[in-house]
Design a protein around this ligand. Structure first.
Ligand code: ZN
Ligand code: ZN
Length: 555
């Protein structure tokens, strides 16, 4: 009888983000990715959302290693909080490990993790697990599929992937090897990316973007071209650079993360730019606009990003004018559309011409669509399947896709955050919520899992706050201080004084009525009265529901 194996999902199953799973057998824990989620508009003030790492509280010292499948934030962005508590080695491709190294250096945590770069098709033993790392195509270089031999057979984790049949770097997904493993010894469990499981067809190859840029440069002779894409998307950068060089331009880099990632990629030979054509951003004005291409971050219009600063005229490095063409080579992430729209407006006000995906095929997804998922399923032919990496509806669509390909529905386990899949000699089973799997929010120096704080912040943001202060004497049963109603974010300046005066008057009457009776009134009861009186007035008079904060002192 072989030892049981469990896989616990600490994040990433129900969202695109904060991917983290723990594979466990005989007391040894292997962590698979540890990423962050970017907060949406329903989490105002949160800087980041982490996986729920509490599952590891009493067993983190048994972590034998962490595999980082690729260098995206949703896979590596939460390593630091985990390393603050536990030390363990990290394994990934040289590019991924390079990105992790910078991150840990910044966090002062490099001494907590030995970093092991692994080559394509390398095999490594980590504790009792034997792992084969296979190349896979995605929107960041050097992603790795992990084929993990466990006491309960081989678990294949697809990583984020598309099946790019003409990859920019000539590095293909090793479907042949996956097929060979499927033949012998067979794949017990497949964990597969669901991001585009509800999108029919296949994603365009990354290499189809290069010719679009050649076209852009041809049309913009004599103009400076500023391009923006994700800084980890080195293959996109390579295509922009290739087209720019062919057009006789030099390359300048704008934005810290772009500078860092391009430097790392050049060191590893993943990005090719002749030194003669690298231009310092400080020197761009020494060259005619038509000889310059700027490669920038900020395609999502993030507030402090290089391109957003330039758009709003706050950049130290670049001033935009009507001789500039700005090319946004990415799709606005859902939730960012309005912000990107505002940035495009500002860029246009600067006089720049702006090109984005609505005009030209300037972007393609890094996640395989249905046809690509079907190829992987048909090659892997797993005994069991767990859709991962997606919102709930993506994972459900992925299950339907697998069923459509003939897989028995009871061989597919639909897990969500906090759930555990157990592999035993008898088969696989799903244990729900072995750990809460909650969102863990980073607010400044604190991490909290309290959702209510956002409800309060949303009310404050939408409606403002009204503070009603009053001091009463219980002996004489009279008001001896206030009442004073103050507010922020509730009233515009035109109405503030009159409505506040009316609120004070209304509150004074309500308190006097309360004090008139004979019975003793507690502070809590008075606070309730104040809240009701002010809330009622505010709602009647303004039709609004700001947060009401009663501050009652009884002497
Ligand atoms: Zn991802
Ligand atoms: Zn990714």
């Amino acid at each position: 009888m072989a030892a049981d194996v469990s896989i616990t999902f600490l994040g990433g199953l129900g969202d695109i983000g904060r991917n983290c799973a723990v594979i466990e057998s005989e007391g040894q824990l292997l962590v698979l990715d540890c990423g962050q989620l970017f907060p949406d508009e329903l989490m105002p003030g949160a800087e980041s959302v982490l996986p729920d790492l509490r599952y590891l509280d009493d067993k983190g010292d048994r972590i034998i290693g962490c595999i980082v499948t690729h260098g995206h934030e949703d896979h590596i962005g939460a390593l630091a909080p985990l390393l603050e508590r536990f030390a363990f080695p990290i394994y990934g491709s040289p590019f991924t490990v390079g990105m992790v190294r910078t991150r840990l250096e910044e966090a002062g945590l490099l001494h907590r993790a030995e970093l092991f770069p692994v080559a394509d098709n390398e095999r490594r033993s980590i504790g009792l697990f034997d792992i084969e790392f296979l190349p896979v195509t995605h929107s960041v270089p050097c992603g790795l599929i992990s084929a993990i031999t466990t006491p309960q057979g081989v678990i294949v984790h697809s990583s984020d992937f598309k099946l790019d049949l003409s990859p920019v770097d000539g590095r293909f997904t090793d479907l042949t090897r996956i097929g060979a493993i499927a033949d012998n010894p067979g794949i017990r469990l497949l964990l597969c990316d669901s991001t585009n499981a509800d999108v029919p067809g296949r994603s365009a190859s990354e290499s189809e973007i290069g010719p679009v840029f050649e076209h852009v440069f041809r049309l913009n002779q004599g103009r400076r071209v500023i391009t923006a894409c994700f800084s980890s998307h080195i293959h996109r950068v390579q295509q922009i650079v290739g087209a720019a060089l062919a057009d006789g331009r030099r390359i300048a880099t704008l934005g810290m993360s772009m500078k860092r990632n391009m430097q790392l990629a050049r060191e590893l030979g993943l990005l090719k730019i002749p030194d003669t054509h690298v231009l310092d951003i400080e020197d761009i004005d020494d060259y005619p606009p038509g000889e310059v291409c700027v490669v920038s971050t900020g395609s999502q219009a993030e507030a402090r990003s290089a391109l957003a600063l330039a758009a709003f005229g706050d950049s130290r490095w670049i001033e935009l004018s009507d001789t500039d063409t700005v090319v946004l080579s990415s799709q606005a992430i859902p939730g960012n559309e309005a912000r990107v729209g505002r940035m495009i407006d500002e860029l246009t006000r600067c006089g720049a011409q702006v090109l984005h995906t609505a005009h030209l095929g300037l972007h393609t997804s890094g996640h395989g669509k249905q046809d690509e998922l079907k190829v992987l399923h048909s090659v892997a032919r797993p005994e069991w399947f767990v859709p991962v990496h997606g919102e709930y509806h993506h994972m459900v669509a992925h299950r339907a896709l697998a069923v459509g390909m003939g897989m028995a529905a009871d061989r597919i386990l639909l897990a969500t955050d906090g759930d555990q899949v157990r592999l035993t000699d008898e088969g696989a089973s799903l244990v729900e919520k072995v750990t809460p799997g909650s969102y863990v929010f980073v607010h400044g120096d604190l991490t909290e899992d309290d959702h209510d704080v956002f409800r309060e912040r949303l009310i404050l943001g939408d409606e403002g706050v009204v503070v009603a202060t009053v001091t009463v004497s219980m002996d004489s049963r009279e008001i001896i201080g206030g009442p004073a109603v103050e507010s922020r974010g509730w009233l515009g300046v035109d109405n503030y004084e009159t409505i506040t005066a009316d609120a004070n008057e209304e509150l004074r009457k309500a308190i006097l009525i309360a004090l008139e009776g004979d019975e003793a009134i507690t502070q809590a009861a008075l606070e309730r009265r104040v809240r009701r009186a002010v809330g009622g007035f505010v709602n009647r008079r303004t039709g609004r529901r700001p947060m009401i904060v009663p501050v009652v002192t009884v002497v």
